[in-house]
Design a binder for this molecule. Structure first.
Ligand SMILES: NC(=O)c1ccc[n+]([C@@H]2O[C@H](COP(=O)([O-])OP(=O)(O)OC[C@H]3O[C@@H](n4cnc5c(N)ncnc54)[C@H](O)[C@@H]3O)[C@@H](O)[C@H]2O)c1
Length: 246
């Protein structure tokens, strides 16, 4: 018996990295999963890996028409939606003094507008059924700022605040809203910002987790075992001090 037997989940950004791992983990726990990604080929590939019980959907989470169509297709195929994982994310690094408006807007469009649009769309199903779970992929940088990551950090701080606000708003309908911070996780997204030397150093220091490491936490947040938890942001941070290690 799986922790998510009979549930239907939508995972955004599910074609790669953390979203892919969550989708595979959910399927293993008995859920039907809509694999939503802006990249059609990667969504298809993950859906094929899962086989029965998975539906690949091409969707830009920043586009309200595509989001509405994605939720409608999920309900048409599986009959309901119980879980939304707002995981699609983007980052643009660099100094604010030289950041373009396009870069700023693209980060906020996916991370903040996308989280809002997907949440709004599933609430249209979850409120009438008086149940549901939303989990948002935040980031430690949304809590502890880093230089040259202002747009990304501000967007993830907004995701955390949105999580807390929405949790208060929808508790009366039996809907829970939580977030988690993945910590340093080995995905194409993480590698894109680092040289090979940086990657090797992070592994040497033991800072790097794998996407699969996050799955039990997300399953827990979506299962009845966490029924008392809403409005929380669950941290995952691995800090290994440079220098002496026993
Ligand atoms: N990897 C890390 O170290 C790390 C740390 C903290 C937070 N995160 C967050 O984890 C989430 C997943 O990142 P990942 O590391 O698995 O990256 P990834 O690049 O492996 O996967 C991200 C996926 O999101 C999709 N995507 C991007 N924009 C989209 C859009 N507008 N609509 C739909 N899909 C879109 C991409 O096509 C890709 O498949 C992101 O929200 C990211 O901010 C990652």
């Amino acid at each position: 018996m799986g922790a998510l037997d009979g549930k239907t989940a939508i995972v955004t950004g599910a074609g790669s990295g953390i979203g892919r791992a969550i989708s595979l983990g959910f399927a293993a726990e008995g859920a039907s999963v809509a694999i939503a990604d802006i990249d059609a080929a990667s969504a298809d590939a993950v859906a094929k890996e899962i086989g029965d019980g998975a539906l690949a959907l091409t969707c830009d989470v920043a586009d309200s028409a595509q989001v509405e169509a994605m939720v409608a297709a999920t309900v048409e195929r599986f009959g309901r939606v119980d879980i939304l994982i707002n995981n699609a994310g983007r980052a643009r690094g660099g100094p604010v003094s030289r950041m373009s408006e396009e870069d700023w807007d693209s980060v906020f469009a996916t991370n903040v507008r996308g989280t809002f649009l997907c949440s709004r769309a599933v609430l249209g199903k979850m409120i009438p059924q008086r149940s549901g779970v939303i989990v948002n992929t935040a980031s430690g940088i949304g809590i502890r700022p880093r230089p040259y990551m202002a747009a990304y950090g501000a967007s993830k701080a907004a995701v955390i605040h949105f999580t807390e606000s929405l949790a208060l708003e929808v508790a009366r309908y039996g809907i829970r809203v939580n977030a988690f911070t993945p910590g340093v996780t080995d995905t194409p997204f993480w590698r894109a910002f680092r040289t090979e030397e940086d990657v090797a150093e992070a592994f040497r220091l033991g800072e790097v987790g794998q996407p699969e490491d996050l799955v039990p936490t997300v399953v827990f947040l979506c299962s009845d075992a966490s029924r008392e938890i809403s409005g929380a942001t669950i941290p995952r941070q691995i800090f290994v001090a440079k220098g002496d290690v026993e």
